[in-house]
Design a protein. Structure first.
Length: 754
């Protein structure tokens, strides 16, 4: 995974070492032929002079936005037996010729310059934007790197990347957060998108980073670390995750009208994973169909050989079918997922916090059905105006069979149903050095959940959200980029549900200064907000021996962030180093508070501040066919004194976090990847009773170190075999109190691509 500050680096050394090996290679499809006029070449490929390292807007116009907020196709996202170096995955989203496939030194050097100035991302501004001009910390996680982590879920994979945290807990819930602003299991301070449309649950605002959101048919994931409410509204509080899927054209090689790939994984605990995808083209129509299946009896988290206990209930069975159809500028997309998800078994767990005081029994299971669909259109109206519109829908059905801890003969079977209808329209206006994106969106959510406060009916838990936004970028000088934007959100929720209802304005502003070709400074201010979820407002749930209550008087959370960073590329651009400092001030923080006994309620618990530093470095060593990344994060995250409560460290905000990645190729036909992670001490959201006083006290979890690896071989063209290992040292640690992390696991996988 590589941040926007380093997206070009893994390729750079590879390009240089390719000077000797690129002679005689055929041009790629996107390479302009040598006979092109000089005028055309000056637009497609910048001058190779050193002065052109800094982006120049007048010579390099911004690419048009894609139909689904997806960065343009990357030429290096998959393994290739013809490349002498590991695929420079940091180039995901760069639509340029493969420099090692060109036939002249001149083309190679020009490709380097084009790479430095024309790499594009889209999540940061809802338009394709040159990476050198993005003021926020936006990271790319290409599919190849997600595969390298050896994980099955988004939660498991994303914790191996800088600035991101995910903890798994009881009831198979997952809480993903960024920069110390944690989420709990009934709300989320991160927004999850799929090709630009929201996947967050209408009831909890949570997204299910478990097996029901499979890492299937992925092209890459873009992650914003920092507030994104100025474009995306609520939930984009501490960051945005955009899951970007492959389009039909991504599977079809040059000269072919169809393409396909398949992969099969198997391993311990009777675990299997199967994926098959096919795409084809006929006239103006392109289509893709995909299947994903996953089954496992593990991980068996509560096995105990001394007691002869086996955890039989952590089993899962998930199926997903999806399809895409493109007809010129119209794109249709749909997917259906069904799954049976087991709960932790083998013993009862009692925890105070998160859900009050929860008791989990060995026989709980969750049945899930999800349906998502969208229609998008992208049209160039004039030379200066391009419009994009989409409509989408989301249906969720989750039924949980909960065995009562005190009466196993009468299990509870609560059924929750959610429905979302949404639409968005926006336009991109280009006027010389000024680029403006403006538009609006609408969401209509309805939740049918029987566990609501007295006086509320099933039809009361609904919300309509109307938002409008504008975002502009201006380049007064070739080395200077200034941008600003704002969004207004109007909430329409019944007053009986939210008595403290309020609308929100979210502004932002930024400056990017290219001081030298190898030195860039960035500064950014943004405001974000998170409205209370319908669950936080209206829930009335008895979970085993606990009661959790909503609160209609909650105020919306707000977050003001100031961020500054510097990017430096020493040693002839063979090394990238970046440093980012940020300060967050969050107000009206929402959390669960114990009222009495086992009853808790959502409340505003005051303000919090987070100061942090992120240091990242990366290099690719051509001499040993290897690339490396290392990142360190320091956090000082504290809730401020409030109503007699002293200042204290925020939940799950470790002060120290270190991430390391290494990849090497053995010749042209084998590769190895290693990911390592250290997470320092942190507090868990739960409480335990003090053995001396009987009073609840916070749980502090010790730090841990874990690692994962993948070793593979390209057996023949299109056929790859690999072995995956997770938690290689079988470290014993807990991401959530009372919930052990999965032990050492080994799997093998076969992948075929045609």
């Amino acid at each position: 995974m590589h941040s926007t500050r380093i997206a070009w680096l893994p390729a750079l050394v590879g390009l240089m070492c390719g000077l000797a090996s690129s002679s005689g290679a055929a041009q790629t499809k996107s390479s302009p032929p040598a006979s092109k006029s000089a005028a055309n070449a000056s637009v497609a490929q910048p001058s190779a002079s050193p002065a052109s390292d800094a982006p120049k807007a007048r010579k390099l116009p911004l690419p048009a936005p894609s139909t689904s907020n997806v960065p343009q196709r990357a030429p290096f996202t998959g393994p290739s037996t013809s490349r002498p170096l590991p695929p420079p995955s940091g180039l995901a989203g760069v639509d340029i010729p493969d420099p090692l496939a060109t036939s002249s030194d001149s083309s190679l050097e020009e490709s380097v310059q084009q790479l430095l100035s024309e790499a594009v991302v889209s999540t940061a501004s809802k338009r394709n934007q040159r990476i050198a001009d993005v003021p926020m910390t936006v990271s790319w996680i290409p599919a190849e790197e997600l595969e390298g982590t050896g994980q099955f879920t988004l939660c498991e994979a994303i914790q191996y990347f800088p600035g991101m945290e995910c903890r798994r807990g009881a009831m198979r819930k997952a809480a993903v957060s960024a920069r110390g602003l944690g989420s709990n299991y009934l709300s989320n301070r991160l927004l999850l998108l799929k090709d630009g449309r929201p996947l967050t649950d209408p009831w909890t605002g949570q997204f299910y980073a478990d097996e029901t959101t499979p890492l299937n048919n992925l092209k890459q994931i873009e992650v914003i670390r920092g507030p994104g409410s100025s474009l995306y509204g609520s939930n984009a509080f501490s960051g945005v995750i955009n899951i970007i899927e492959r389009q039909p054209s991504d599977l079809m090689q040059e000269g072919r009208n169809w393409g396909a790939d398949a992969r099969l994984l198997a391993g311990q605990d009777r675990t299997w994973r199967a994926q098959a995808t096919a795409a084809g083209r006929g006239g103006p129509v392109e289509a893709l169909v995909s299947y994903y299946g996953f089954g496992s009896d593990g991980p068996q988290l509560f096995n105990d050989t001394k007691l002869g206990r086996v955890d039989h209930n952590e089993d899962s069975l998930v199926h997903q079918v999806s399809g895409k159809v493109h007809v010129k500028n119209v794109a249709l997309d749909a997917s259906f997922t069904t799954g049976d998800i087991g709960r932790p078994g083998g013993q009862q767990i009692s925890t105070v916090g998160n859900c009050g005081r929860c008791h989990y029994t060995p026989n709980d299971v969750e049945h899930v059905q999800n349906f998502n669909a969208s229609a998008q259109i992208d049209q160039q109206i004039t030379d200066n105006v391009r419009v994009f519109a989409q409509a989408y829908t989301l249906f969720k059905r989750r039924q949980v069979e909960m065995e009562n801890a005190f009466n196993s003969d009468s299990p509870q079977e609560p059924l929750g149903k959610r429905r979302r209808l949404g639409a968005e329209a926006r336009a991109l206006l280009t006027l010389g050095d000024l680029t403006v994106t403006f538009g609006g969106d609408y969401k209509n959510d309805l939740v049918n959940n029987p566990n609501v406060l007295p006086g509320l009916s099933l039809d009361d838990t609904q919300q309509q959200i109307l938002g409008g936004f504008v975002d502009a970028e201006y380049r007064p000088l070739s080395q200077l980029v200034v941008s600003a934007g704002a969004r207004y959100d109007k909430y329409m929720i019944p007053e009986k549900v939210w008595q403290a209802r309020s609308d929100q304005l979210s502004p932002r502003a930024s400056v990017v200064f290219h001081a030298r070709p190898d030195l860039t400074f960035r500064a950014n201010y943004g405001r974000a907000f998170r409205a209370p979820t319908l669950a936080e407002l209206a829930i009335n749930q008895q979970m085993y021996a606990a009661t959790l209550l909503g609160n209609g008087n909650l105020r919306a959370e707000t977050l003001d962030t100031v961020e500054a960073s510097v990017d430096f590329w020493p040693f002839d651009r063979t090394v990238r180093m970046t440093g980012t400092g940020f300060y967050n001030l969050a107000k009206n923080f929402i959390n669960q508070e114990l009222l009495f006994g086992s009853t808790s309620q959502f409340k505003n618990i005051g303000d919090a501040r987070v100061a942090g530093l992120e240091l990242e470095a990366a290099a690719q060593l051509a001499a040993i066919n290897s690339s490396f990344d290392v990142a360190y994060q320091f956090l000082d995250a504290r809730s401020l004194a409030f109503e007699g409560r002293p200042q204290q460290q925020l939940d799950y905000a470790p002060q120290h976090r270190v991430y390391v990645r290494g990849r090497t190729n053995f010749g042209k036909f084998a590769f190895a990847e290693l990911y390592a992670l250290y997470v320092g001490d942190r507090f868990d959201p739960g409480y335990v009773a003090n053995v001396d006083t009987g009073q609840p006290e916070r749980v502090k979890l010790p730090g841990y170190f874990t690692a994962t690896a993948r070793v593979g071989a390209n057996v023949t063209k299109g056929l790859t075999v690999s072995v995956l290992g997770s938690n290689l040292f079988n470290a014993k640690y807990e991401e959530s109190h009372g919930f052990p992390a999965p032990p050492l696991s080994l799997f093998s996988e076969v992948k075929f691509q045609y």
